[in-house]
Write a protein that binds this ligand. Structure first.
Ligand code: FPP
Ligand code: MG
Ligand code: MG
Length: 420
């Protein structure tokens, strides 16, 4: 299927909205305490890629107006989609609880735990009969191009940014990090106590804004993200099981567990916010009961696509950094074994004990880096990242063609090419 739309820079499509989100955020965080204002807005006043709001805005644009009956019926500006929010709210309370949607027992383990297995799954894009793209051009859908983004979706993007910033304030305390994006971190400037309090304050404001959206499913989704962030952080702190003789056999259960934990941790710490944020955007757009939403969920797009691109982001960044040999060691220094190190372990069993003791001993980080360089760890991680991104592209296929979908597709490509 050849797309009518091509976008090389996914950010340009919603650039004005992204900048408005930033400006208004600082207002949302205003308090009666200038000191608190300073901490709360500290991470919002420096340049940021705004990847999370970008995903929310693009998913909003790509699905707004599709309504319940797409692809069987299309809506026009004369006959707008009736699946709006009021109708949605009536049914929202009867929906199943989504707090547990990251429950390994409820997931298709094969597509998540075992990266190589998931890659051999057949492409899902052939399963859904695709309507002729001409029927669903953006004007036919009754949506001017770019499709309008609802005020609730703009607010959602801000809430997601707030949750992210709160987690970074806490993270920089936990990691004792002096820097964030090249400048002094909040704990460096304000101290640990104020950074923790600042993070809590932002979470409070985010919760109030969430309540005001008045959507129970979205509230549950975002609340569960906050829990996921903490779970991810805790997972990261857990040791890889130790037993030196077993660690020397990289194909062992322990090595598989290390992969499992790495992927699970990445989902919790990073992908969950993007995935559930995007899902919330689709819900707010009134598509939650519609065919397209079911289709997206069946393919676990809204969760899996984002999870995939997020894994990709994280895997690729680490791979590239390891190639360059620069802060690549950052993860190792924190005792974390990521993609390249885990692959290197398969080729060099000596990596096992280093992973087990979290690269704690003098010279461990350098040794681990050498082993990564000697191995195909970086190339294999990159290949894995590309495969995830390809899957991510596939799952966008049921969406009608639009600039927003093209931008999401472009994003999966950028994620692979990203250098920083
Ligand atoms: C950055 O990871 C940290 C996160 C993405 C999440 C951290 C989560 C918590 C501290 C739990 C508390 C959560 C809330 C909502 C208050 P990193 O340290 O690997 O990367 P970075 O520091 O280099 O960005
Ligand atoms: Mg950190
Ligand atoms: Mg951290």
């Amino acid at each position: 299927l050849i797309s009518t739309f091509h976008l090389s820079n996914p950010f340009t499509l919603v650039a004005p909205e992204l900048s408005q989100i930033r400006t208004d955020l600082v207002r949302l965080l205003g308090s009666a305490h200038p000191g608190l204002d300073e901490i709360a807005s500290y991470y919002f006043l420096r340049p940021s890629k705004q990847l999370r709001p970008l995903l929310i805005l693009l998913f909003s644009q790509a699905t707004n107006g599709l309504g319940k009956d797409w692809p069987l019926k299309k809506w026009t500006s004369e006959q707008p989609c009736p699946g709006g929010r009021s109708e949605y709210l009536d049914t929202a309370l009867s929906r199943p609880n989504v707090l547990n949607d990251w429950n390994p027992a409820m997931q298709d383990k094969t597509t998540f735990y075992d990266p190589t297995f998931s890659l051999s799954l057949p492409p899902t894009s052939t399963e859904l009969p695709h309507p002729p793209s001409s029927i669903f051009s953006s004007t036919d859908r009754g949506i001017t191009s770019p499709a309008s983004i609802l005020p609730t979706q703009m607010r959602l993007a801000q809430i997601v940014e707030m949750v992210h910033a709160a987690s970074l304030l806490h993270d920089d305390v936990i990691d004792e990090s002096p820097l964030r994006r090249g400048s002094a971190s909040a704990p460096q400037v304000f101290g640990n106590k104020f950074s923790v309090l600042g993070g809590n304050f932002i979470l409070g404001r985010a919760s109030a804004a969430l309540a005001r959206l008045g959507d129970p499913e979205v509230t549950q989704l975002i609340a569960s993200v906050i829990a996921n962030l903490v779970e991810g952080e805790i997972l990261q702190m857990q040791d890889v099981e130790s037993a030196e003789d077993v660690l020397a056999v990289p194909s062992s259960q322990i090595a598989q567990n290390a992969w499992k934990m790495y992927l699970q941790k990445t989902y919790m710490k990073t992908a969950s916010l993007m995935a559930k944020g995007a899902r919330s955007a689709v819900v707010l757009g009134g598509c939650a009961d519609g065919e397209i939403y079911k289709e997206l969920r069946t393919r676990t797009v809204v969760t899996s696509e984002l999870r995939s691109s997020l894994l990709t982001t994280s895997l690729t960044t680490e791979a590239v950094e390891d190639t360059l040999g620069k802060p690549g060691g950052a993860d190792l220094q924190l005792g974390l074994a990521t993609g390249p190190a885990l692959y290197a372990w398969e080729e060099h069993p000596e990596m096992g004990p280093l992973i087990e003791r979290k690269f704690r001993e003098l010279g461990d980080v350098e040794l681990a880096r050498d082993l990564v360089r000697k191995s195909a760890g970086v190339e294999r991680t990159r290949a894995l990242a590309i495969a995830y991104a390809t899957q991510a592209r596939d799952v966008l296929q049921p969406l009608p063609e639009s600039e927003a979908r093209a931008a999401l597709e472009a994003l999966t490509e950028r994620v692979i090419k990203r250098r920083s």
